[in-house]
Design a protein. Structure first.
Length: 132
């Protein structure tokens, strides 16, 4: 049991796990921010094109009520979220490369000679035997 706890401690305190935990927390806060942007700014603008608002657009088939407006807004929410995350990753990658020095290209080393093939070795042995 003690070994199991030590392994778990080593796993939990690794850098990748801590980075993941921070990412999840920031992602949750970021999701709330984007959701607010969608619900308070984008939904009302898109909703101007319908009388019930975009989320209220539904199609009734028999007793089933299909609210396609809410689905479309969720798709828009996802696209905006994915785009902003893409921009954040792009910015972080750019910042990570700012402090790094560019490596100078190394001069090309000449290729090592190829080892002789079996046929070449046998031909050399045959020639040595003929010379003796």
């Amino acid at each position: 049991m003690k070994k199991f706890l030590e392994e778990f401690k080593a796993f939990a305190l690794r850098g990748n796990v801590m980075d993941l935990a921070v990412g999840v927390i920031i992602g949750g806060a970021f999701t709330a921010l984007v959701t607010s942007l969608i619900e308070n700014l984008i939904n009302p603008i898109i909703g101007c094109f319908s009388t019930e608002g975009f989320n209220g657009l539904c199609l009734t088939i028999g007793k089933a009520k299909l609210c396609y407006g809410a689905f479309v807004m969720d798709v828009i929410n996802f696209i905006i979220m994915a785009f902003v995350v893409f921009l954040l990753v792009k910015i972080v990658n750019k910042l990570a490369t700012i402090g790094k020095k560019k490596e100078e290209p190394k001069p090309e080393e000449p290729e090592a000679p190829k080892p002789p093939t079996t046929e070449e070795l046998l031909a050399d042995i045959l020639e040595e035997l003929k010379n003796k």
